[in-house]
Design a protein around this ligand. Sequence first.
Ligand SMILES: [Fe+2]
Length: 204
Amino acid sequence: MFDKIQLPYAFDALEPYIDAETVETHYSKHLQKYVDNLNSLIKGYEQYTEGKSLDQLLANVNELPEEIRQGVIDQGGGVSNHNLYFALLSPNPKKAPEGKLLDEIHNTFGDLDTLKTEVSNAAIGQFGSGYGFLVKDKDGKLSVRNTLNQNSPAMNGVVPILTIDVWEHAYYLKYKNLRADYVKNIWNLIDWEKVEGLYLNYTI
Ligand SMILES: [Fe+2]
């Protein structure tokens, strides 16, 4: 059984950048549906899933029986991506990274603003529904990518450490068709302390 994270803030805590109705619907309805679908899908397949994290399943998705593989990509990715997305947002975020992550950002992007621009462009440029990501590889090198639907970068052997959900359900109530405005504003909510923690400590 997999579950959604406990939301570490109130539904209205991310206003004015993300409205309360969007957060409540996104977390309580959309994410919950992915959780329910995933758990019902993997019932009877415990031998493949027990003792593994969701990201471990996604990173080794070809080892799953074919009849549940695409479902785990879609529903499992939906849980993993949303759990990361909601965990990174905060009404009182640390505004910038420091230490080892900041050093690596300098090495890869030159500066933090360039990183933000590249992740934003990846998210805004994702045709249809998907995500923009900052990921690290096994050597701690950073890169930017986007994925379609609920595909997780974990399927490509890298570790997602920052994400922006650009499915319309993430922004449409407030921003309508203006995805770029939503992406610009979400940087006001991304907690770099969380990103640092994932960069330093999280492995799949
Ligand atoms: Fe979403």
